[in-house]
Ligand binder design. Structure first.
Ligand code: FMN
Ligand code: SF4
Length: 562
């Protein structure tokens, strides 16, 4: 006779396995989600007991994320992207066509160059308006059309680059070898400072200065966190880097550890990239086997352990404070700053948080000279930036451009310009967070922060969504604001309510007198910008501000026609 299964005991064992790992909650939630196809009530109770987290708090945290299903079979329900780019390209229709299979919508899934992404369990598909699905891997960045020298993408198209052998044969680990053999941690930091590398996740904070602050801070163990959350609509560059050049990110993190004295690292990877998770884990295992991670790395006497933690689906977890709370198993609200993560990061200890592209650039810079990187830029701007281009454009994709390149050259010459018979009406900056630039702005702007800021916007992580003259810009702004309203974490009132009110104004609710409408919208925007606690609430008003600035006739028609 078979013994009855003691499910409680089995669940307890799973919790015990994870309890000794750093940042256990996300790992545990995924372990149960994968095993059972959902996070059951009994799983929640086991986690709550094992991690000593009150069940009510745990419930609040788990349900904050979009993707942890609480219903049996939920993991394998198709998740269809209905984000701002996919909704232009059949996302809504694809969702309707798959309704019979229990499809649910998901906010932007980070594959805007090839809409419509559909996630089924751990598999990534591309769907169309008829609901037909094709399995496709991440597109490789197109061959560099401008023939300008690249940094991050310089080796990415080499076959086998995502294996350790292939990586080493194409210059990989040359930087780390040089650092540990010929340099001190201090001189590595000076090197990165001299390269003028600044963060590529959006805020453009100087990387060398951030590393210096962590090296100088007291408290151990220190951590290196790679921000691979990439939730901003229109951004899909980090995914390409991790899929085709994972060792560049791992080497960059190891260099950061050597420079700052950190001994543990985490790649915080967005839920929507399950196949990237598998390739990252494979690359990390290869690096451990070659003594490029772990104890006494490359015989140089320093230790660094690296873990991947998958998120649960929440745009706000890309904000570094929210990310750190999420890693720690707390409710992922942004943190008040100061103190900053460099002194009070993961578990309140000194932590570098860097974007995927920043870390991949570090590996290349360390193979060359700082001046090499500085000189890649044009017109006094240092270095390069990967731009993700999507929407109504002939050749969408990721392009690595020298800072200072005319925006027109990128859009019209490199990416082929608008679709046949169309003109470009607007392009978003920083994904959605920079709002819209007009057709005229494209003619005069260059791809760098000062130029884009002079247009009232920001470059940020450099996602750009193109809208041609067939698009209703009120609708485009409405989609953008709905995204922000959906993703506002709700911690602070002006953002939580303000984004909703702005959605309503773009919906058609509210005053029909233009002056009153404008006063109200401006008032909401100013309040959000001045008192929101994080970048989401501060940036969202740019969408309506730029809409009013560039498309006053469309706004007037929208308000007054009612
Ligand atoms: C709402 C919001 C979302 C963000 N999302 C991301 C993200 O997905 N990836 C990222 O690297 N940085 C993101 N950031 C910026 C991070 O807070 C942080 O500045 C960055 O990870 C630091 O790395 P870097 O210096 O290499 O850019 C976001 C910021 C805000 C306010
Ligand atoms: S600004 Fe918005 S997203 Fe940021 S903390 Fe406040 S409510 Fe949350």
């Amino acid at each position: 006779m078979t013994q009855p299964v003691d499910q409680e005991l089995i669940d307890q064992q799973l919790v015990d396995q994870w309890r000794s790992h750093p940042a256990p909650l996300l790992g545990l939630l995924h372990a149960f989600h994968d095993r059972d196809g959902y996070v059951s009530e009994t799983a929640m109770r086991a986690i709550s007991g094992g991690l000593r987290q009150p069940l009510a708090d745990l419930f609040g945290t788990v349900t904050f994320y979009h993707h942890f299903s609480r219903e049996a079979g939920g993991l394998n329900k198709p998740r269809v992207c209905t984000g701002p780019v996919c909704s232009l390209n059949g996302g809504i229709e694809c969702l309707a066509a798959l309704a019979g299979k229990g499809a649910i919508s998901m906010p932007c899934a980070g594959r805007c160059d090839e809409p419509v992404p559909v996630l089924i369990g751990h598999e990534q598909w591309v769907g169309n308006a008829r609901g037909e699905l094709t399995r496709k891997s991440t597109p490789l960045p197109p061959a560099n059309p401008g023939k300008t020298e690249e940094c991050v993408f310089s080796q990415i198209r080499q076959p086998g680059r995502n294996t350790l052998n292939g990586y080493r044969e194409t210059g990989g680990y040359e930087g780390l070898t040089r650092a540990v053999k010929e340099m001190t941690p201090e001189s590595v930091i000076e090197y990165i400072k001299a390269s003028k590398l600044a963060g590529r996740g959006g805020a453009a904070f100087p990387t060398g200065q951030k590393w210096q602050a962590v090296a100088d801070a007291s408290g151990h163990p220190k951590s290196i966190v790679c921000n691979a959350d990439e939730g901003e609509p229109g951004c899909f560059k980090d995914r390409a880097i991790m899929d085709y050049d994972p060792f560049a990110v791992i080497e960059g993190m190891t260099l950061a550890a050597f420079a700052t004295g950190a001994t543990r690292g985490f790649i915080y990877l967005r839920y929507e990239y399950p196949e990237t998770n598998i390739s990252l884990e494979k690359a990390i295992a290869e690096a451990y086997a070659a003594n490029l991670l772990g104890k006494n790395i490359a015989g140089a006497g320093f230790n660094f352990d690296l873990y991947v933690r998958r998120g649960g689906g929440a745009y706000i977890c890309g904000e570094e404070g929210s990310l750190l709370n999420s890693l720690e198993g707390k409710h992922p609200f942004p943190r008040n700053r100061p103190p900053f993560p460099v002194t009070h990061g993961f578990e309140n200890l000194p932590t570098v948080v860097n974007n995927v592209e920043t870390l991949a650039a570090v590996s290349q810079i360390m193979r060359h000279k700082p001046e090499w990187y500085v000189n890649l830029g044009l017109n006094g701007q240092a270095g390069t930036k990967v731009v993700s281009l999507s929407g109504d454009i002939l050749r969408p994709g990721n392009y690595e451009v020298p800072f200072g390149l005319p925006l027109r050259t990128l859009i019209y010459e490199w990416a082929g310009g608008p679709l046949a018979g169309r003109n470009i009406q607007a392009v978003t900056m920083a994904g959605l967070s920079g709002g819209f630039l007009s057709h005229d702005d494209i003619e005069s702007a260059t791809v760098d922060e000062p130029s884009i800021r002079s247009k009232g916007s920001m470059l940020g992580a450099a996602g750009m969504i193109v809208y041609d003259d067939s698009r209703d810009m009120i609708h485009a702004a409405h989609e953008a604001m709905e995204f922000f309203a959906h993703e506002s974490c709700g911690k602070c009132f002006p953002c939580r309510i303000g984004t909703q009110r702005l959605v309503e104004r773009l919906n058609g609710d509210g005053p029909t007198d233009m002056k009153v409408w404008l006063n109200e919208v401006n008032d909401l925007s100013e309040t959000m910008k001045s008192v929101s606690a994080c970048g989401l609430g501060m940036a969202a008003p740019l969408v309506v501000e730029s809409l009013i600035k560039h498309f006053p006739e469309q706004v007037a028609a929208h308000v007054e026609k009612r």
